[in-house]
Ligand binder design. Structure first.
Ligand code: DON
Length: 310
């Protein structure tokens, strides 16, 4: 299906915002990171970056939120750019069918996490990004990557969120040490964890995130390009693993690759057509944005965008 005209798309986004804001059921904010537990739940934003450079938005598209696990897709892009396929010696490419912070498969599979988006796999990916660099340079590299992709220097780490997660991140500490026990961390567990907590604490608006996602949508005039193969593969991983044990349902309902975070953000890619960012901080039972997921469903139905479209 052809992309609707910018005018039709803008009216749709305004209506979608009004419909979403009328809701009574917003899901539940993540409360295991105290800083996120304080975020007011009734918030919504959506931004759609188009190949012609336009970004159409509605709602609170200028409010920065904690991107959390959405950061994992950009860390993966940086690592694949740096070390390429070597990463797959340490991390798999299969859906886990478990929650993002699960440890159960790690023992059975000898410390090789199922994919780079569950926390265990993201810790290994961050550990790979740290190789040969000090943590400050690693975080700067990731921030610069995001700023260049979004063409916006006003993207920062919220240190209070990073600190908050550090104080309560017992599961991640357990995962990191378990990975280390299998020899699948090259840096100290503390170093990898500290870098990971800061990466998750990057704050962005939906406008910024939609613009940064253009690298996965493969717009010819995006400021940065991944190789076609890398973009295709990262999109495949987003489709199969980007929503953890909710990935199948997201693929079924939306039909587009997406990566969620417990801050309530979702980056959704319609290859060649749009990079979409939605945000609403209340989560569903899978730990993915409840209203954001519904909004994504509406966008897919209105536009007809789907990777399964002939
Ligand atoms: O590791 C954590 O628990 C968080 N920093 C990120 C988790 C997350 O966003 C999972 N996605 N839905």
């Amino acid at each position: 299906m052809d992309t609707p005209s910018p005018k039709a798309l803008q009216s749709f986004l305004d209506e979608l915002n009004a419909t979403m804001c009328d809701r009574t059921e917003w899901g539940k904010v993540a409360d295991y990171i105290p800083e996120l537990a304080d975020v007011p739940v009734k918030q919504f934003a959506i931004s759609v970056a188009l190949p012609d450079g336009r970004v159409l938005s509605a709602g609170q598209n200028k409010t920065p939120f904690s991107i959390q696990s959405v950061s994992k897709v950009f860390t993966l892009a940086c690592v694949l750019g740096r070390i390429g396929d070597q990463l797959w010696n340490r991390v798999g490419r299969e859906p886990s069918g478990t929650s993002f912070d699960s440890i159960v498969l790690l023992e059975r599979e000898a410390g090789r996490p199922r994919n780079p988006f569950i926390n265990a796999g993201a810790l290994v990916t961050t550990d790979a990004l740290l190789e040969g660099r000090i943590p400050r340079d690693t975080l700067t590299e990731l921030l610069e990557f995001l700023r260049a992709a979004a063409e916006d220097d006003d993207i920062h780490i919220d240190k209070s969120v990073a600190q908050s997660e550090k104080l309560t991140g017992h599961r991640n500490v357990a995962l990191a040490h378990y990975l280390a026990s299998f020899g699948n961390l090259k840096n100290s567990a503390d170093l990898t964890l500290g870098t990971y907590f800061h990466q998750c604490a990057i704050a962005m608006t939906t406008d910024q995130l939609a613009r940064a996602g253009r690298i996965f949508a493969r717009f010819p005039n995006a400021p940065m390009q991944l190789s076609p193969q890398q973009a295709r593969r990262i999109n495949a991983l987003m489709m199969t693993c980007g929503h953890y044990d909710g990935s199948g349902d997201f693929a079924f309902r939306v039909g587009l690759p997406g990566k969620s975070g417990v801050g309530g953000g979702i980056l959704i890619i319609a290859p060649g057509k749009a990079s979409i960012a939605v945000w609403s901080p209340g989560l569903n039972n899978y730990g993915n944005s409840q209203v954001g997921t519904e909004a994504a469903n509406h966008v897919a139905r209105f536009t007809g965008w789907s990777v399964f479209e002939g």
